[in-house]
Write a protein that binds this ligand. Structure first.
Ligand SMILES: Cc1cc2nc3c(=O)[nH]c(=O)nc-3n(C[C@H](O)[C@H](O)[C@H](O)COP(=O)(O)O)c2cc1C
Length: 219
């Protein structure tokens, strides 16, 4: 019988987290995966647009294809699931957004007046982003991925953020080859660690944390 998971508190999970490069083949209980998805999409996003598009890659065929798109990094094959975090750079133009407004209004979180303002302000702000639109959508997806990684660690699982892949190939694997609006942000295999959590360490704060201005080290 399964033992109930005692989640680690956030500071402990953050300190304990490491990038794990080899995973056991053990599957994730479906309710645990569901909890991870729930905690992932609890992430905030700009204007609450929720412009991430998340694909859970689980079948052996899809895992093999995704690994091939990721320089054959074996963690994608070994881990029971890899989350592909994509971002829809035109999410704000889609009917999706009206559902977000309706939900927030019904919950009493966004007054009708705010929704009326957002209906114009969101398209205006997104158009004003110009070339940065992709970067802004990817930020939201990365924040969601970070939620996943910390949540997974807290729940006894292991992860690794992955930048090592070819975007067009990843898009082809997830069935988005023809969607010019979909940007791939990051891949995150999730499973049970098959190696120790070894800490490569961090620089002292003074090297890259500053006070008031870059170059004035925080010590
Ligand atoms: C955005 C991002 C992309 C990364 N991509 C890869 C990757 O493709 N393959 C890999 O083995 N590690 C990857 N890593 C893991 C880093 O090498 C690792 O986070 C770093 O060495 C610090 O180790 P730690 O995560 O255990 O603290 C990535 C990490 C981040 C944050």
């Amino acid at each position: 019988m399964e033992t109930a998971i005692q989640p680690l508190d956030a500071p402990t999970a953050i300190r304990k987290r490491r990038s794990i490069k080899s995973f056991k083949s053990e599957p994730l209980p479906p309710e645990l995966l569901r909890e991870l998805v729930d905690l992932t999409v609890a992430a905030p996003s700009s204007w609450n647009l929720q412009d991430w598009r998340i694909v859970l890659v689980q079948s052996p065929e899809q895992k093999a294809a995704l690994a091939a798109a990721a320089w054959n990094q074996q963690m994608v094959v070994q881990a029971p699931v890899t989350f592909v975090f994509a971002a829809d750079i035109r999410s704000w133009e889609k009917p999706f957004t009206e559902r977000i407004f309706a939900q927030a209004e019904e919950a009493g979180a966004w007054p009708t007046k705010a929704v009326e303002y957002f209906r114009k302000a969101i398209p205006d702000s997104q158009r004003a982003l110009g070339d940065k639109i992709r970067e802004y959508a990817v930020k939201d997806a990365m924040i969601a991925a970070t939620h996943l990684v910390i949540a997974a660690e807290s729940l006894g699982l292991a992860t690794c953020f992955m930048n090592g892949w070819i975007e067009d190939q990843v898009k082809a694997v997830i069935g988005a080859a023809d969607d010019p609006d979909l940007a791939i942000a990051v891949l995150v295999p999730v499973g049970y660690a098959a190696e120790p959590r070894l800490d490569p360490g961090r620089l002292p704060f003074g090297e890259n944390v500053f006070v008031d201005r870059v170059g004035q080290p925080y010590t």
